[in-house]
Write a protein that binds this ligand. Structure first.
Ligand code: NAD
Length: 469
């Protein structure tokens, strides 16, 4: 028996009661997800409430030590976790994909353990003193998407535990096994009831968002679902961190020699086969270098190996699910029907499997096309020509989304000036999507609110309490 079976066996439901979960590339059934109900959710929240006070009563050092033990255990089981993730989500083992994601889980867990959040003195005049202390909130609900399922769950869970909260996790119905496998490692080190995974569909997510027993919802997913969660929070007043959709713009400034940055530009667009919230989703390139950038990007897209995740050497995989495959396909077809030029790709890679779509670069396209205006969340990048930087900035900012953005130039000062004008939670210079556990991350406008990572992230899962004396 392979070691992969060990964790899968521990988490997989019985075939007669569970929901079959396919390998995203081969469609072979890899396991069965439990179909938890709202009654299971109620029980998990009750258990979390019961376990939380004793956990909060531990010192920060004690909780940090446990988080480091969890990170050690993630590293010890990294290859098994990466294989489960690769099969269920579809991302290859190699490249910035499954092994990379599992590695990031350990890194972000350690960062949550090591980040210090001291009480802050906000007023002192000799006679009076006011301090802010950061207490645990209680029970946090963590609702996640299917694109980076393990890493995003760690972003939600590790800071919550670090601050003394209990957590109930609701993974995406598309990737429950990956999240359950990772959380199985976490629960080995935690008191009973403190952390539970409720594997269910959108109805269970909605019940969780509306639950009166939750003090906070950490949500990562689409803007449409985010809006529903805001509505629910009017009733239970749960605090919210919302990491929602993006339609990140990149701007290549005039006369930029991109030859040394082409690979970074490629991964900015195509990381996780484009299924990344803060990936580059529309690229504005000055007319002086337009043809070079289009050709360079297309050449890179044509040579990147795509195929089933477990087959070594692949760095691009399938779309994770049929709905997403259809969205990408529809947006590219719409671009074609408007006369845009498909430079490379532009069609399914049916020889590889039903959900594969070739890495696609679309040129001679403009704002107003669906591929530019909507979030494609897949391997198809529109490259738009512009002649005036002010106009490019205006078009980049015209989106209702504001997750990330980037500016590409050989002149760092000029790039910085343009970066200050872009409306986004993060603006990168000569890169796109690079994250650091100490640097706050989160969107603006319809991409959500609240920051994750570092001390900002710990504050987001804490209740600030002022003590005045
Ligand atoms: P989704 O909104 O369809 O689903 C996300 C989660 O919400 C799932 O677990 C789902 O079951 C649950 N859910 C569905 N209806 C719900 C409801 N009414 N109340 C509560 N929960 C509910 O999103 P998705 O398709 O899984 O993910 C893709 C989207 O996520 C993209 O738009 C992407 O940009 C975004 N995303 C954002 C970030 C970020 O950090 N900002 C990161 C990753 C993905």
């Amino acid at each position: 028996m392979s070691t992969t079976a060990t964790i899968l066996d521990a988490i997989s439901a019985d075939a007669s009661t569970g929901r079959p979960i396919p390998d995203a590339a081969t469609r072979e059934i890899i396991g069965y997800a439990p179909e938890h109900t709202v009654a299971d959710l109620d029980a998990a929240i009750a258990a979390a409430k019961a376990a939380q006070p004793a956990w909060a009563a531990l010192s920060h050092e004690e909780r940090s030590t446990i988080l480091h033990a969890i990170a050690d255990d993630i590293e010890a089981n990294a290859e098994e976790l990466a294989q489960i993730l690769s099969r269920e989500q579809g991302k290859p083992l190699d490249g910035p994909n499954a092994r990379f994601e599992v590695g990031a889980c350990a890194v972000w867990t350690r960062s949550a353990a090591d980040t210090v959040l001291e009480p802050e003195v906000v007023f002192e005049d000799g006679a009076a003193r006011a301090e802010i202390h950061y207490d645990a909130l209680g029970v946090v609900g963590a609702i996640g998407p299917w694109n980076w399922p393990m890493m995003i769950t760690v972003w939600q869970v590790a800071p919550s535990l670090r601050m003394g909260n209990a957590v109930v996790v609701k993974p995406s119905e598309f990737t429950p096994l990956s999240v359950m496998a990772l959380m199985e490692i976490f629960t080995r080190h935690l008191p009973d009831g403190l952390l539970t995974v409720i594997s269910g569909g959108r109805d269970v997510g909605a019940a969780m968002a509306a639950h009166s027993g939750l003090d906070k919802i950490m949500f990562t997913g689409s803007t449409a679902t985010g809006r529903k969660i805001v509505e629910s929070s009017a009733h239970n007043l749960a605090r919210l961190t919302l990491e929602l959709g993006g339609n990140d713009a990149g701007i290549v400034l005039p006369d930029t020699d991109m030859s040394g940055m082409m690979e970074d530009l490629f991964w900015g667009c195509f990381i996780n086969t484009g299924q990344t919230c803060a990936a580059l989703k529309r690229l504005y390139v000055h007319e002086s270098v337009y043809d070079d950038v289009v050709e360079g990007l297309a050449a890179m897209a044509a040579q990147m190996p795509m195929g089933p995740g477990l087959a070594g050497g692949n760095v691009l995989g399938p779309l994770q699910n049929e709905k997403q495959f259809q969205i990408v396909s529809d947006l590219v077809e719409d671009a074609k029907s408007r006369g845009a030029r498909v430079v490379v790709g532009g069609e399914p890679a049916a020889d590889l499997g039903p959900l594969f779509y070739r890495a696609t670069v679309v040129a001679d396209i403009d704002d107003g096309a669906r591929l530019v205006d909507e979030e494609q969340f897949g391997p198809a990048i529109p490259v738009i020509k512009y002649s005036d930087v002010d106009d490019a900035v205006r078009r980049a900012n015209a989106s209702e989304q504001g997750l990330g953005a980037s500016v590409w130039s050989n002149d760092p000062d000029e790039a910085f000036k343009v970066a200050t004008r872009l409306q986004a939670g993060t603006v990168w210079v000569n890169g796109h999507g690079g994250l650091n556990p100490a640097v706050p991350f989160g969107g603006t406008k319809a991409s959500g609110y609240g920051k994750e990572f570092g001390a900002h992230g710990l504050k987001a899962v804490a209740s600030p309490k002022v003590i005045s004396r």
